[in-house]
Design a protein around this ligand. Structure first.
Ligand SMILES: *[C@@H]1O[C@H](CO)[C@@H](O)[C@H](O)[C@H]1NC(C)=O
Ligand SMILES: *[C@@H]1O[C@H](CO)[C@@H](O)[C@H](O)[C@H]1NC(C)=O
Ligand SMILES: *[C@@H]1O[C@H](CO)[C@@H](O)[C@H](O)[C@H]1NC(C)=O
Ligand SMILES: *[C@@H]1O[C@H](CO)[C@@H](O)[C@H](O)[C@H]1NC(C)=O
Ligand SMILES: *[C@@H]1O[C@H](CO)[C@@H](O)[C@H](O)[C@H]1NC(C)=O
Length: 419
């Protein structure tokens, strides 16, 4: 048996070795003859695949809209007792092309918030066109705390999700008021690139380094049910080295691509900076400024202006000075599209309504979309909503054009970006 087995083994061993040698030879021949072409193919596909290896490179900034007339998305927020002025500002800003989110924070009473919700639901124009929404799940917003920024991002996310294809996001409060009609604004904005971001900013943080960047604060609004002021941690921290801090005005007009960058978070910068600003006093004066100026793809899109007329006391106090009829001329001469801050029922608002906006009896600003049938005393029900792309720009458009042209054509336009 043993011998037989060995014999059998020998019988198949030789052909096996031979076939192995032959097949190896064949493989070698095929590889060498086609080596030049196949290796270059291999190389090419590798190069092609190079770009999407990092998922970030697939998530490019989205294109801006091609619609000849832009659309705006507004957030108007307020707190306790702001309900009536919020309604007034909303009506003065209303245009069917735009999208609106209104928010009354948790400090305002349930009745006041219900009243606003009712108003948004029942107002015939809003009900008909459906472009005004109230943030019903109210946020607790701490003055000077990061909850102000989270509230702004919250509204921006809602407007991104259900506001359609708007071009710019504008954050206002109930104590702001427009100085141009929406027809003026849309007309002037239709002439400029949609990727521009208007925010006043500087890297020269000066006194803010010791009073804002080094202290560490905690905002109870992040975890508490009740409103209380921010409090300070005894330790101080150093100024960031991973990115540069920028500061400026808390009022801005931001492009849709930049809002998407901030809200969607495919790049970690907006998220990291947000967490940093969680412990920063007056974060609305720095968050968006620091993100935009540290993002290579956006710093070139900044225009160093906040589009507001704000009158600071001299020397500046924590709050700007309330505007009155004495400021009317300076307000108009500033060419700015918005002004703040106005007291509730301030009489200069009536002057703005009649002399600049031409508000109707209901507080809406007529334009190309809203045609009056003879009598200026008529209410909304008597109006006819016409073609919303038809704009009727007035003197406000001229003023705004002067401002925007002076900003975009300034010799130091580039030098003022993120410097
Ligand atoms: C947004 O609006 C509020 C007013 O409700 C304001 O206090 C805040 O600073 C604004 N800016 C930002 C960047 O959130
Ligand atoms: C921004 O502008 C500078 C100077 O004009 C230019 O060198 C740079 O390539 C631009 N960056 C982007 C991302 O467009
Ligand atoms: C503003 O004035 C009108 C009448 O002039 C009044 O009905 C309204 O209650 C006032 N609102 C506030 C917030 O004072
Ligand atoms: C408009 O209404 C006011 C009061 O509501 C009235 O005094 C005025 O005469 C009306 N004007 C017109 C043109 O009807
Ligand atoms: C609306 O007006 C614009 C500009 O005046 C015009 O191009 C468009 O065709 C109009 N659309 C409708 C539906 O009438």
């Amino acid at each position: 048996m043993e011998i037989n087995k060995q014999h059998k083994k020998k019988k198949w061993f030789l052909p096996l070795v031979l076939s192995l040698v032959l097949s190896t030879l064949l493989v070698f021949i095929t590889v060498f003859t086609s080596s030049s072409s196949s290796s270059s193919k291999l190389y090419k596909t590798q190069v092609k695949n190079e770009l999407p290896r990092f998922v970030e490179s697939k998530l490019r900034i989205s294109d801006t809209s091609k619609d000849p007339i832009p659309k705006l998305a507004y957030l108007i927020s307020g707190s306790m007792g702001d309900g009536e002025s919020l309604k007034r500002t909303l009506k003065a800003l209303y245009h069917p092309r735009n999208q609106y989110a209104v928010h009354l924070d948790l400090e305002s009473s349930a009745e006041e918030r219900l009243d606003l919700a009712e108003f948004v639901r029942k107002e015939p124009l809003f009900a008909k066109l459906g472009n005004v929404r109230m943030i019903v799940k109210a946020n607790l917003v701490t003055y000077r705390g990061p909850t102000m920024v989270t509230n702004t991002l919250h509204a921006a996310a809602i407007l991104l999700k259900e506001g359609g294809d708007w071009d710019w996001f504008i954050n206002l409060s109930a104590s702001d008021y427009p100085l141009v009609t929406q027809d003026d604004l849309l007309h002037t904005l239709s002439t400029i690139p949609r990727n521009l971001n208007f925010l006043e900013h500087t890297s020269d943080i000066g006194w803010k380094e010791s009073q804002r960047a080094r202290p560490v604060i905690i905002d109870p609004g992040l975890y508490s049910l009740h409103k209380s002021d921010v409090f300070w941690v005894p330790e101080r921290r150093s100024v960031p080295t991973a990115y540069r801090l920028f500061t400026g005005s808390a009022w801005m007009m931001l492009s849709r691509p930049f809002i998407e960058f901030c809200v969607w978070g495919w790049d970690n910068l907006p998220r990291i900076v947000l967490m940093y600003y969680a412990n920063f006093l007056s974060s609305p004066e720095g968050y968006f400024h620091t993100v935009i100026c540290n993002a290579e793809e956006f710093r070139n899109t900044t225009v160093n202006h906040d589009l507001h007329f704000i009158s600071w006391d001299n020397p500046p106090k924590q709050h700007p000075h309330f505007l009155t009829t004495d400021d009317f001329q300076r307000m108009v001469a500033s060419n700015a599209p918005f002004a703040r801050k106005f007291g509730r029922n301030e009489s200069v608002l009536d002057k703005v309504d009649t002399q600049i906006l031409g508000c109707n009896a209901d507080g809406y600003v007529p334009g190309g979309w809203l045609t009056i049938q003879g009598n200026t005393n008529v209410t909304v029900q008597d109006y006819i909503i016409a073609n919303t792309t038809k704009l009727r720009p007035g003197p406000g458009a001229e003023r705004l054009k002067r401002l925007i042209t002076s900003l975009l054509e300034a010799e130091d336009f580039r030098a003022n970006q993120c410097s």
